[in-house]
Design a protein around this ligand. Structure first.
Ligand code: GAP
Length: 456
């Protein structure tokens, strides 16, 4: 059945996945909190990424760097001077817009990122692009709006104490490249992965959790000798697709790979591919894979005066490694996962159900246990407590069985076990499958093995 993002947002809220941030105070624009079930999905998603890109890939190691870094890091990386968006104000209603975005919304064929400010202003005027809020077409000139959040460290509140919340986790990795390499005696090629919060004072956040001002990134910086002939870019692009397809089960018809043209490339990149997902509002960037060359290590070497090179033990020569960076936002990936999973399914003429077809490795609960009637709760609780030792389990004894099945469908629980009166005699229970709704009878002493097999 057709679905809308509004329906999904309402569902995620009612079921305890995502809440409006600061809701009791009227909210804080575009901030979202993850409820009990959303936090479970988020933690599992991060664990899957960490497992795939850090723990199970022998080339890579992990890191957890600070959010607040020495401001010189952001000067060297180019963020202080160049991490800006083109901002225009509507002169009539004072609403603020990103000039490049309103052009791209007007004509989806255009990549406004390659236009100068003058070209953007002319384009908006010639095409009479009106303000989405009041309909006027009278804007201020474009000015650059810095995206990094500023704050002060320590008691003084002046220029000397200005620090920034990191807008990406990547720079924490670059400045620790030598620490990680030397302490673990890593040889090129190797990567450093990190998961953590990033902050950007976006002019136009929105589309639910797609673009927010506070978000988490999962980034890998993969360092290699520039003379290495392995195609590391495609190696990581293939791994990203493999993760999407086989680990978190994103269907191939729901995403596509788009290579950046030369004009679109960021200043640090010689090659970039975006994995775009078919979001409810259209195709949008989910995951970027960029060839960053030696831009960052070189910039930090020049700015800090520290030697950022790698000493090749075979040739004894100093090398400034090149870098491939796959970078993805946790929440953006959650949106893709939720959207793909959310389904209203017609069961028969009169009945339908909402089912979250989440992949089994991301569900809040792997199994639910319920007694058919409250008289059986002691036996059902014993089974539940036993399963809790090995599985993420939940227990539900309120409402009729049909309603309880629907509740578990609505939060994506793949298996529901019912303890009924026959169970007392035949020492068996009924297991219901979320996706097929098929039920089978299993011996109580085989339930754990049944679930182990399903989850392996
Ligand atoms: N280190 C490279 C980097 O940060 P980016 O394309 O600016 O590159 C990487 O960001 C990923 O982070 C994006 O593909 C997206 O998934 C996520 N992301 C970026 N800005 C975001 C925002 N404001 N809200 C949510 N996710 C965001």
């Amino acid at each position: 059945m057709p679905k809308t993002m509004e329906e999904m947002i309402a569902h995620l809220k009612s079921q305890g996945f995502v809440f409006q941030g600061s809701e009791i105070y009227g909210g804080l624009a575009n901030s979202w909190d993850y409820g009990p079930l959303g936090a479970e999905v988020k933690n599992k998603l991060k664990a899957q990424w960490w497992n795939y890109f850090v723990k199970k890939n022998a080339l890579n190691v992990g890191l957890d760097s600070s959010i607040i870094l020495n401001p010189k890091v952001w000067k060297a990386s180019g963020h202080i001077d160049g991490f800006n968006d083109p901002l225009i104000d509507c002169k009539k209603c004072n609403s603020r817009w990103r000039a490049d975005k309103i052009i791209e919304e007007f004509n989806q064929e255009i990549n406004a990122g390659t236009m100068s400010n003058q070209e953007m202003e002319d384009f908006i005027k010639i095409n009479n692009i009106s303000c989405a809020k009041c309909g006027a077409c009278d804007y201020t000139a474009i000015r650059q709006f810095a995206l990094m959040f500023k704050t002060n460290q320590g008691v003084l509140e002046d220029e000397s104490s200005t620090v920034y919340l990191r807008p990406e986790t990547a720079q924490g990795i670059f400045i620790n490249f030598k620490n990680a390499q030397r302490s673990l005696r890593k040889k090129l090629p190797f990567g450093i992965g990190q998961i953590g919060k990033s902050f950007r004072n976006e002019i136009t956040p929105g589309n639910f959790i797609f673009r927010t001002r506070e978000f988490e990134q999962m980034e890998l910086e993969f360092f290699f000798n520039p003379s290495d002939e392995t195609d590391w870019f495609n190696y990581w692009l293939t791994n990203v697709e493999n993760f999407l397809n086989n680990v978190i089960e994103i269907k191939s018809e729901n995403y596509r790979v788009r290579n950046h043209d030369k004009e679109e490339l960021a200043h640090y990149s010689s090659q970039t591919s975006d994995i775009e997902f078919k979001f409810p509002f259209g195709w949008g960037e989910l995951w970027g894979v960029a060839h960053r060359g030696d831009f960052d290590l070189n910039a930090h070497q020049t700015a800090s005066g520290q030697d950022m090179t790698y000493l090749d033990p075979e040739t004894n020569s100093k090398i400034l490694p090149n870098v491939i960076e796959p970078s993805v936002g946790v929440e953006r990936m959650m949106l893709a996962i939720f959207w793909q999973a959310f389904e209203e399914e017609k069961i028969d003429e009169n009945n339908s159900r909402i089912v979250m077809r989440l992949p089994k490795n991301l569900v809040p609960y792997q199994v639910a246990v319920m007694p058919l009637q409250k008289q059986l709760s002691e036996q059902a609780k014993e089974l539940f407590n036993n399963l809790l030792e090995d599985f993420d389990a939940t227990y539900d004894e309120t409402g009729n069985v049909g309603k309880r099945y629907r509740r578990q469908d609505a939060i994506g629980t793949p298996f529901v076990i019912t303890y009924d009166f026959d169970s007392l005699e035949d020492k068996s229970v009924t297991i219901r499958d979320r996706d097929t709704m098929a039920q089978e009878r299993i011996k109580l002493n085989e339930v754990k093995q049944y679930l182990f097999d399903k989850y392996n």
